[in-house]
Design a protein around this ligand. Structure first.
Ligand SMILES: NC(=O)c1ccc[n+]([C@@H]2O[C@H](COP(=O)([O-])OP(=O)(O)OC[C@H]3O[C@@H](n4cnc5c(N)ncnc54)[C@H](O)[C@@H]3O)[C@@H](O)[C@H]2O)c1
Length: 377
């Protein structure tokens, strides 16, 4: 089988830790070119992953290279324009979430993807986490029965490094060649173009999972807070979603909660016959989640069943997501991993996830519930 030629737009954190290693590990594709205007990120990435050609602009890469597929892993306000360029170059596309920062851009991308004859997948990578895959199969298999509620608590602590002694340390390190703000992509907190704060970056993951597991969302009510003056958007959000299946989902996302460095990502799904409890680990740790099933019958003896998930790099979400993408490019998605063509998030799914995230912000601003009819797309 001839190896597919893949290019990456954006050589930052997710490419470094996720897509780059995943393409290498899969082995059925070659990373032939990358594009990134940042000299340091581009050069380091190309060296680390032995990419033969590196460009400062993605258009030059698209013009000069004969690619089969491209991964768009730049900040989200750039996705729409780069996506259009990749469509014009007739490439298969894996585009990172959040799809874009405005409903207009999301709709433009959804329209372009409709009827486009190539594979287009959005990096809602949690769909490829082995634990969430197991949960989806259990929900579909009726293990929980009717679902009443989902609760997700996703918190970590990011100190205010724009002031005090941390500012001094960051400035000192930057002067000596280590730019931690760039390394950790702090545009999320400080750049107006990011579209929102921490909830805009992470909310779409679980909004997408809610729809993937249970179907459409009917409404959202949300409260947000901004604690750091230096940030452009909120640092904490609590959103309550009502779903068409009658269940309720609560999502808390904050960077203010003091705890272990990689934070807490914990959830519960309560059903008629059983409850599922999960604890996911920061995706860059490459650890399988902890998953527990509490059956109704076991309430009295107070025991739960731990559900073991395979460990090791090839079972992590970025590897499995890339494997699925490459399977689809080879037209083997049904055969090799059994997921079929409808497992990955489509552009429309990702557009809806952004629309609900923006609806949550609107709810917080207007202090009222926002219903599906009012969605911005
Ligand atoms: N699916 C996931 O699990 C996951 C995890 C992390 C990040 N992400 C998403 O991936 C995207 C990138 O996030 P990140 O953490 O890697 O950010 P990052 O800041 O570490 O990397 C972004 C890279 O894009 C580059 N860039 C800027 N302008 C560019 C341009 N015009 N053309 C090409 N490259 C350009 C930057 O120089 C940087 O190297 C975001 O949309 C983010 O939400 C997804």
């Amino acid at each position: 089988m001839e190896k597919l030629k893949i290019g990456i737009i954006g050589c930052g954190q997710v490419s470094r830790v996720g897509h780059g290693p995943a393409i290498k590990k899969d082995g059925r594709a070659r990373l032939v070119a990358v594009a990134d205007p940042d000299d340091e990120n581009r050069t380091n990435f190309a060296r680390k992953f032995r990419v033969p050609r590196a460009y400062s602009g993605h258009r030059e890469m698209l013009e000069k290279e004969k690619l089969d597929a491209v991964v768009i892993a730049s900040p989200p306000w750039l996705h729409c324009a780069q996506f259009q360029d990749c469509i014009n170059a007739n490439l298969h596309i894996l585009c990172e979430k959040p799809l874009a920062t405005s409903p207009e851009d999301c709709m433009t991308m959804a329209r372009l993807a409709d009827g486009y004859g190539k594979i287009v997948q959005v990096g809602h990578s949690k769909r490829f986490e082995t634990g969430f895959e197991r949960i989806k199969n259990m929900i579909d298999g009726g293990v929980l029965g009717k679902v009443y509620q989902t609760s997700v608590y996703w918190h970590y602590y990011i100190p205010d490094f724009r002031k005090g002694w941390l500012r001094t340390v960051f400035d000192y390190l930057k002067k000596h060649g280590m730019d931690l703000e760039k390394k950790y992509g702090t545009w999320r907190y400080f750049d107006e173009r990011a579209g929102g704060g921490d909830f805009f970056d992470h909310g779409p993951h679980y909004i997408d999972l809610l729809r993937f597991f249970f179907g459409e969302i009917e409404s959202v009510y949300c409260t947000t807070r901004q604690f750091y003056e230096s940030h452009k958007f909120e640092d904490l959000a609590v959103a309550v979603f009502s779903l068409a299946n009658g269940s309720v989902a609560v999502m808390e996302k904050s960077i203010m909660v003091v705890g272990r460095p990689s934070g807490f990502e914990i959830g519960h799904i309560y059903g008629e016959h059983a409850k599922l409890g999960f604890e996911a680990f920061q995706e860059y740790q490459h650890r399988p989640m902890k998953l527990r099933l509490y059956k109704k019958l076991n309430i009295i003896p107070d025991i739960y069943t731990p559900l073991f998930l395979p460990g090791g790099r090839k079972h992590t979400l970025y590897y499995r997501q890339m494997k699925h993408f490459i399977d689809r490019l080879h037209d083997t998605a049904d055969g090799s991993d059994g997921k079929g063509d409808r497992w990955a998030a489509t552009v429309r799914d990702a557009a809806i996830a952004v629309a609900w995230t923006l609806a949550a912000y609107r709810s917080a601003a207007e202090k009222r519930e926002i219903r599906r009819e009012e969605l911005a797309i």
